[in-house]
Design a protein around this ligand. Structure first.
Ligand SMILES: [Zn+2]
Length: 451
């Protein structure tokens, strides 16, 4: 890393400012802890959780009430007796969950909103300290994937303040909060997700990124355009990074095919920070044990073993302003076995999105649907598509396309969709001008309204 020095008169070796030094202190430890055994990580995590629980009991009315039964010394058994905190409870009991006081050294409190994809946002408070951890784990991700920080980063994401409006987008001198005031980086160019795929292609062609950071659904529509014959020549591109949404099946392969580079995904939520980073050597995720305790639980509340899928329950270790203890974020994930890379950080094979993204079948079963975009697009050139399951028999399909297909084509599309969904649903096609993203810029391509 090409460090920036803030010490007058010192350029080499560089001395970054206090906040940069704190990030480095964390990064230095993370370089060692990733190789710890699962037991060693669990032990230190429990010690940190003890600090958090003691604070929560003292300063948050909700936890004063619900954790009164816990012994002074936190152990694994008492940890498991802490009730699961639902998203709904975070929305409705904000005042009693937040800490009435927080160590001053944790820095200013800030309210952040996690929009999810639909429905009511969750608002929690965070501190400068939680932000510091966010930055340190961003640096770990850069290290793991051996990024050349001197390269150019292009980001097609949600920029709420209008700084990255199409067609030109915005620019910055540094990659962002994690590297600012610490490392000299290449420039960053930003384009708002609320741009058309044509604008995105044109912008990328002009900007020529080394790294592209975007949402999976944005990448999917770019790849679809390329598979349809759109021209894009990116001579320097080395990697595509995706954030914020569930990664669809097959997207990695399509990315490699159409752009010739690997895809690296990140699993994080705004209210909890980084949860999983992709292993440097494999396509699964390592849980970030030093940032949050992540439990993957089955319907009975027991830990899932390798190969099974469960609810993701998270406890950020360092948020003392708004303690979230055993918070059910709403996602599902599949547990993996130990990683051959040798890191002791637990493995998650894939993140499966939320329960409302599951298809419900009349026989009582449910599963995450596979939407075969490549096959659908070969029948009707799609700009956007969203399926809404209305009940056990009907699925409504909103489509944005340049030209409305004729009856025979629509019928073929319907057959393809039914084949992928694995059930002869009645399909209701609606042709619309646009399918808007959520307030936070997220997009869900399948939502079930079946309770
Ligand atoms: Zn690994």
């Amino acid at each position: 890393m090409d460090f920036l020095s803030t010490m007058p008169g010192v350029t080499w070796p560089a001395l970054p400012g206090p906040r940069g030094v704190m990030r480095l202190a964390l990064l230095h430890q993370l370089a060692a802890t990733q190789w710890w055994s699962a037991e060693q990580l669990a032990q230190m995590q429990l010690r940190q959780l003890g600090e958090l629980v003691a604070h929560a009991r003292k300063h948050s009315p909700h936890y004063a009430r619900t954790l009164a039964h816990l012994p002074r010394e936190l152990d694994e058994q008492s940890w498991l007796s802490i009730p699961i905190l639902s998203r709904d409870a975070v929305q409705t009991q904000k005042a009693s969950l937040r800490s009435q006081s927080c160590p001053q050294a944790h820095g200013g409190r800030q309210t952040i909103f996690s929009s999810g994809s639909t429905g009511k946002p969750v608002a929690v408070e965070q501190t400068s300290l939680t932000q510091l951890f966010w930055e340190a784990f961003t640096l770990r991700d850069h290290e793991w994937h051996r990024r050349d920080l001197g390269g150019k980063l292009c980001s097609i994401r949600f920029f709420p303040d209008g700084c990255a409006a199409p067609p030109l987008g915005g620019r910055g001198p540094n990659w962002g909060g994690a590297t600012a005031d610490l490392v000299r980086t290449g420039p960053v160019a930003m384009l708002d997700v609320r741009s058309t795929v044509e604008q995105q292609l044109e912008w990328l062609q002009k900007e020529q990124p080394d790294y592209l950071l975007t949402h999976p659904t944005i990448l999917e529509s770019l790849l679809r355009a390329l598979e349809d014959g759109a021209q894009l020549r990116l001579d320097h591109l080395r990697e595509v990074r995706t954030v914020s949404e569930t990664l669809q099946e097959g997207l990695r392969e399509r990315c490699r095919e159409a752009l010739g580079v690997p895809l690296t995904d990140i699993y994080s939520t705004r209210e909890t920070g980084y949860l999983g980073l992709q292993c440097p050597e494999h396509e699964h995720y390592h849980l970030q044990a030093e940032n949050a305790r992540v439990e993957i639980l089955d319907e009975a509340g027991q830990s899932c073993g390798p190969g099974s899928i469960g609810r993701v329950v998270v406890t950020p270790l360092h948020n003392f302003a708004f303690p979230l203890l055993r918070y059910e974020v709403g996602d599902y994930a599949e547990v993996g076995g130990p990683c051959p890379c040798g890191r002791g950080l637990a493995v998650v094979r894939r993140i499966l999105g939320r329960q409302r993204n599951m298809l419900r079948l009349p026989n009582g079963q449910s599963h995450w649907p596979i939407l075969n975009y490549k096959a659908m697009n070969a029948i009707v050139p799609l700009r956007q598509l969203r399926m809404t399951q209305l009940d056990l028999a009907h699925i409504e399909i909103d489509i944005v396309t340049a030209r409305r297909p004729d009856e025979g084509t629509e019928k073929r599309l319907g057959e393809e969709i039914r084949r992928n969904l694995g059930y002869p649903f009645q399909l209701v096609f609606r042709y619309v001008d646009e399918i808007p993203r959520s307030a936070g810029g997220k997009f869900e391509d399948f939502v079930s309204r079946v309770a």
